[in-house]
Design a binder for this molecule. Structure first.
Ligand SMILES: Cc1cc2nc3c(=O)[nH]c(=O)nc-3n(C[C@H](O)[C@H](O)[C@H](O)COP(=O)(O)OP(=O)(O)OC[C@H]3O[C@@H](n4cnc5c(N)ncnc54)[C@H](O)[C@@H]3O)c2cc1C
Length: 491
């Protein structure tokens, strides 16, 4: 028996797209179920990308990518306050090194203007170096896009999902869609390990797996190619190396290896681009690191490799014609695809959600607005960013704020406990890391990892041997020695 046997809409995939769709639909009087196969949301492409809110000059004017990038960028400006999103409006520079690159920048300028991007400007060499003194001295100019920004991509995914849940949506994690029931050419349900959820409307937001989901409904109309991109992340000591997002002139298949700050004060380089067959392959490789370092050195020659703290990679979900696939399936009416969502999918997500909502309406879903829809998430204090007075008053109200669990990022036990008990709360060690940054610093969890594990066991009321690092099979301990390793809440 399923824990939920029927829904108005089932959204398959808890990435930024599925979460934004669930939140958009939660404006209406609907029973919405968001299904995620993994232990947590934001564990696919939405956790490993360049985290840039692109301005919108890359894509050709007539395609979905162009329209939804510019609209998504604008929507994030509205959503920032409502959803308490962590965004820095840094602007971006695409730099040129020769006349061929300069011609590309001029094309991008015209395309960007056609796409409706505001404030684009071509800058000369001296102006660029005045803004970014650490760039390579052989650059010849750059395209400046003031509307570009940087965001915490998993924070945004949690924020959309949390707001959807606050407005009545249900999130089911560790619940893969196994099959789509189709009767007389229309969707009738989604089969999960817990049983069938009867529904007439399904949104396919399964990232690199979106073609597999389509096939479950007998729809073979598209294929998704995974294209891997690897990254290196640096610690906060080198954050000031660049002030904005720095791209090279783009190639046909990617925006190129870039260097960018993060909203948390780090810096990263990457990604490369490799087509791969295994959609689970997110290994970081020596060759990938070499490519990323070589590419980034073309932008910033004095790269501080000693400040590297980790590496990671993500998979682009590339469709045949390179554009987003946003339409109702012809094979199974009521199934709406949000597929092929490669870059700028993070930027476009809130706009994609609006398109998906309109497609569902065209497909027959009744959208009646809820009177009590609450668009806002509450502010969650980040201890590290507070003044000493604010910290003291928090500790007075809750002593767990006085216990710093992650020394690198100054994350307290109170923040970890709140992250576990919030809507779509953390269930894994890396889930805590992605929500409150415990384990994100220079030691990468070497110090706080065991404490976070013990707090998860205590708060979720599970044995330590049941706590996972991240994915379903990532248990940290297989047995327990005699003795007490629990962390009491009041030592
Ligand atoms: C290297 C790289 C750099 C990028 N840089 C940027 C950028 O700077 N800016 C930008 O705007 N975009 C960027 N993107 C694109 C952006 O990250 C993606 O467009 C976006 O994250 C896609 O989100 P999604 O929700 O479609 O997919 P995902 O985040 O992959 O979510 C899909 C979810 O579906 C789940 N799932 C799969 N199968 C099932 C099933 N059967 N049942 C239930 N759940 C299932 C998965 O576990 C996953 O959580 C980049 C992408 C990559 C790879």
């Amino acid at each position: 028996m399923s824990t939920i046997s029927k829904a108005d809409v089932v959204v398959i995939g808890g990435g930024i797209v599925g979460a934004a769709v669930a939140r958009e639909l939660s404006r209406y009087q609907l029973d919405i179920v968001l299904l995620e196969a993994e232990t947590d949301i934001a564990m696919g492409t939405s956790k490993a990308n360049s985290a840039i809110l692109h301005a919108g000059f890359d894509a050709k004017p007539t395609c979905w990518k162009a329209r939804l990038n510019v609209l998504g960028n604008a929507l994030y400006r509205q959503l920032q306050d409502e959803l308490k999103l962590h965004i820095g409006w840094t602007g971006s520079l695409v730099v040129a090194k020769d006349p061929v690159d300069m011609a590309v920048l001029e094309e991008l300028l015209v395309r960007g203007q056609q796409n409706g991007v505001n404030g684009l400007a071509l800058l000369g060499r001296d102006e660029v170096l005045a803004r970014e003194p650490n760039l390579a001295s052989d650059i010849t100019g750059a395209l400046w896009a003031p509307t570009a920004g940087i965001i915490c991509p998993f924070g945004a995914t949690f924020a959309f999902a949390e707001n959807a849940i606050r407005n009545g949506a249900t999130l089911l994690r560790e619940t893969p869609a196994l099959d789509i029931v189709v009767e007389n050419g229309r969707v009738a349900g989604v089969r999960t390990p817990q049983g069938v959820i009867n529904t007439k409307f399904v949104v396919n937001a399964a990232g690199v797996r979106a073609d597999d989901i389509a096939r479950l409904a007998g729809d073979e109309s598209f294929t998704i190619q995974a294209r891997k991109g690897e990254y290196i992340l640096f610690d906060r000591s080198v954050r000031n190396l660049v002030n904005s997002v720095i791209f090279p002139a783009p190639s046909k298949i990617s925006k190129g290896i870039l260097i960018a700050p993060t909203v948390h004060g780090n810096l990263f380089i990457g990604p490369d681009a490799q087509n791969i067959d295994d959609k689970t392959d997110i290994a970081a490789t020596g060759n990938g690191m070499d490519r990323v370092i070589t590419g980034a050195r073309r932008l910033v020659p004095n790269l501080p490799l000693q400040a590297a703290i980790t590496q990671f990679s993500g998979l682009r979900a590339t469709a045949e014609d390179g554009d987003f696939i946003l339409r109702e399936s012809e094979a199974a009416r009521g199934l709406v695809h949000a597929a092929g969502i490669q870059s700028p999918g993070l930027t476009a997500a809130p706009a994609i959600a609006q398109v998906v909502s309109a497609l569902l309406k065209e497909a027959g879903l009744k959208l009646s607005e809820k009177r009590d829809f609450n668009p806002a998430n509450p502010l969650k204090p980040a201890f590290q960013e507070l003044s000493w007075e604010q910290r003291s008053s928090l500790i007075a109200s809750n002593p767990l704020y006085g216990r710093v669990i992650c020394r690198c990022e100054t994350v307290t036990e109170a923040e970890i406990v709140a992250a576990i008990h919030s809507p779509c709360g953390a269930r894994t060690v890396d889930g805590v890391k992605r929500r409150v940054r415990a384990g994100s610093g220079r030691c990468q969890g070497g110090f706080c990892g065991p404490r976070v594990t013990a707090i998860l066991a205590r708060e979720l009321n599970i044995p330590m041997t049941e706590v996972r690092k991240d994915s379903i099979d990532s248990r940290l301990f297989f047995d327990k020695l005699p003795g007490n390793c629990e962390v009491p809440a009041h030592e």
